[in-house]
Write a protein that binds this ligand. Structure first.
Ligand code: ZN
Ligand code: ZN
Length: 381
């Protein structure tokens, strides 16, 4: 069997469902074979071709072991189809990039395992392998990090070469079982009674050798390509945090589980708001009279209407006012706070009335030097 055989739908050829029993397959084959037998069709080339296809399909599906391998290979390939003699994507064929992210030997080994058809299995290429973990990064706007967002991530990775389907063999040829290790990928040495196993040098542990290498990948069976996935970033993610997305890493091989995707998140700073853990921060300008005499001041909230907070008379510059529930969503679903720092702005362009009012204030508050305590302590230390 060659790679192309797994692109054929034998069930369709025989007109039976995938769940068909051996008896149903046999019955359908007999009917079709009778209909398309060359003797019954006076040498029609079409009929002969059909007859061959039916027989090929029956040969695989009637053999329990071959049928299972065929089913496994097809389910593993998913939408993976390589047009005969052409590049993927040409001629309206589909090519599922998601299948390209095997991290190990790739499709070549999947096929290798089938080509070998060794009783008992257990070759280098037949073991299930979990897909590799993949790491990527993304940059989110400030608000998306707080509310959560679905992002498109473009992942680049090494996968099976699309031209040879990962076999490493030139189009139309298939890799051969390695003659030195008979497909096990291992060579054993006998050292004074000790058996020692090491990767086969001829096939480098792959279990397969290629006579006629694929020109696109020079026989390696590997190629770089990319895919785009949608990933959900949870609400409240912080700058520099790493998000694990299970099952979105490299696909597993031979029935192995897919690896995980790790996304390192960078968050763009906001022009107004900052973050401190689960709390948002904001700096709010106030006048000296608002702090000295007390006032109701408006504080902006992130993606919501401004709220009014009451400033007590005699509040210090730099005082932090908390607005409950206007922060970042926490893991337990509750919300952090908004912390507003009140900062005095000093007027620099005073009209004469304001100037004279401040002069009056200076006279009215003259007395103790506010720096006296500071200067005294500085001398003591
Ligand atoms: Zn190739
Ligand atoms: Zn070998």
């Amino acid at each position: 069997m060659s790679a192309k055989d797994y692109q054929k739908d034998y069930y369709k050829t025989l007109g039976v469902p995938k769940t068909a029993t051996a008896a149903e397959i046999k019955k359908s084959y007999r009917e079709l074979a009778r209909k398309w037998h060359p003797d019954a069709n006076k040498g029609s080339a079409d009929a002969e071709e059909r007859f061959k296809e039916i027989t090929e399909a029956y040969n695989v599906l009637s053999d329990e072991k071959q049928r299972k391998e065929y089913d496994d290979a097809r389910s593993m390939f998913g939408g993976f189809r390589v047009p005969a003699g052409g590049r993927p994507g040409a001629g309206g064929t589909t090519f599922d990039l998601g299948d390209l992210f095997g991290n190990g030997e790739g499709l070549g080994d999947v096929l290798g395992g089938i080509f070998r058809n060794r009783p008992g299995g257990g070759t280098a290429a037949s073991r299930a392998r979990r897909g590799a973990d993949v790491e990527t990064e993304t940059t989110l706007p400030f608000g998306d990090a707080i509310d959560g967002a679905t992002v498109s991530l473009r992942l680049t990775g090494e996968g099976p070469c699309p031209d040879c389907g990962g076999t490493g063999a030139k189009s139309g040829t298939v890799p051969k079982v390695c003659p030195d290790c008979h497909g096990t990928g291992q060579q054993s040495k006998n050292l004074g009674g000790f058996g020692l196993s090491e990767p086969c040098k001829t096939c480098r542990g792959r279990g397969l050798v290629v006579d006629d290498p694929c020109p696109s990948c020079s026989g390696s069976g590997r190629a770089m390509s990319s895919r785009t996935i949608q990933a959900r970033i949870p609400a409240g993610v912080a700058d520099g945090q790493r998000i694990r997305i299970p099952g979105k890493g490299a696909p597993g091989e031979r029935g192995g589980k897919a690896g995980d995707l790790y996304v390192r998140v960078h968050v763009k700073p906001h022009g107004v708001f900052g973050r401190s853990g689960d709390n948002l921060t904001v700096t709010v300008p106030v006048t000296i009279t608002e702090l000295a005499l007390g006032a109701d001041i408006k504080v902006p909230t992130h993606r919501g209407p401004a709220v009014t907070v009451r400033v007590k008379p005699g509040s210090a510059n730099g005082i932090v006012m908390s607005v409950a529930g206007r922060g970042v969503r926490k893991k337990d679903g509750t919300l952090g706070d908004l912390r507003a720092t009140l900062e005095v702005t000093v007027p620099h362009d005073l009209n004469s009335k304001a100037k004279s009012a401040l002069e009056d204030l200076r006279i009215a508050t003259a007395g103790a030097d506010p720096r006296e305590e500071l200067l005294r302590r500085a001398r003591q230390e």
